[in-house]
Design a protein. Structure first.
Length: 246
């Protein structure tokens, strides 16, 4: 495949045992937006008969406290075989995306892979609902997606991803922690996901936290769900199909 699209689909995120504050928890029904975006982008590409070889992978789960819920500091084994110390059960999205990314690469062997998710409050606070954050291991892919976003009015802003953030998620009892320090969580989450990207695969991670819901009517949509990301991925796929993207 030329491209794999991966979407986070947490249908409701209470935080699990690491319970979120009650205020605005109702908005967490929107934590499945990444999966919805991937499904819509694949459908749009099919309806337009875009000349791209693309596959979409989505994961649908719910994060709730229960007798079977993950405990803080459980150690689990991911699909890749790597082990994770779950320091925060509210960092469930990256656990889901890790297995989805691994499955998509193993099953479909895409040359490029893009994941999209409402992942971290850090990115929402940093970019204030004006941009989605983008991270990755391929500057050309990041630039192409950023250009596609500018073309369609769904802007992206590149955020840092380096070895220091990767060190923060090292664990004494597992291969990694799902959450390390209490700062820079957007970059930590990207560092976590990068550990599941196979050598030679171009990868970009889009953290669209706070872009999925509009608090008031806008020029593009009424108050509520925005559909952010669908036009972005569609524009990128169109560019890819016309060989504007190399």
């Amino acid at each position: 495949f030329d491209l794999g699209l991966v979407g986070k689909g947490v249908t409701f995120d209470s935080g699990g045992i690491s319970l979120k504050p009650a205020a605005n928890m109702g908005d967490m029904k929107g934590d499945m937006t990444g999966s919805a975006v991937v499904v819509a982008a694949i459908k749009a590409a099919a309806l337009q008969k875009l000349p791209v070889n693309v596959v979409g992978v989505v994961g649908l789960v719910e994060n709730m406290p229960s007798g079977r819920a993950l405990h803080p500091f459980d150690v689990i084994r991911s699909m890749s075989g790597q082990t994770v110390e779950v320091t925060d059960t509210d960092g469930e999205g990256r656990l889901l995306l890790a297995d989805l990314l691994w499955y998509a690469q193993k099953r479909f062997e895409p040359a490029r892979i893009i994941d999209i998710a409402t992942l971290t409050g850090t990115v929402a606070y940093a970019l204030a609902g004006q941009y989605a954050g983008i991270f990755g291991n391929d500057k050309k892919l990041i630039a192409a997606l950023t250009e596609s976003g500018a073309e369609c009015g769904e802007p992206l802003w590149e955020l840092p991803l380096n070895d220091e953030f990767d060190k923060w998620i090292d664990s004494d009892v597992a291969d990694m922690k799902n959450v390390g320090k209490n700062i820079g969580d957007g970059s930590q989450a990207a560092a976590f996901l990068q550990r599941y990207i196979r050598k030679g695969v171009s990868w970009a991670h889009i953290d669209m936290a706070d872009m999925e819901i509009a608090g008031e009517d806008t020029a593009l949509c009424p108050k509520g769900a925005t559909g952010f990301g669908v036009q972005l991925l569609n524009q990128y796929l169109k560019n890819l199909g016309t060989e504007k993207v190399k």
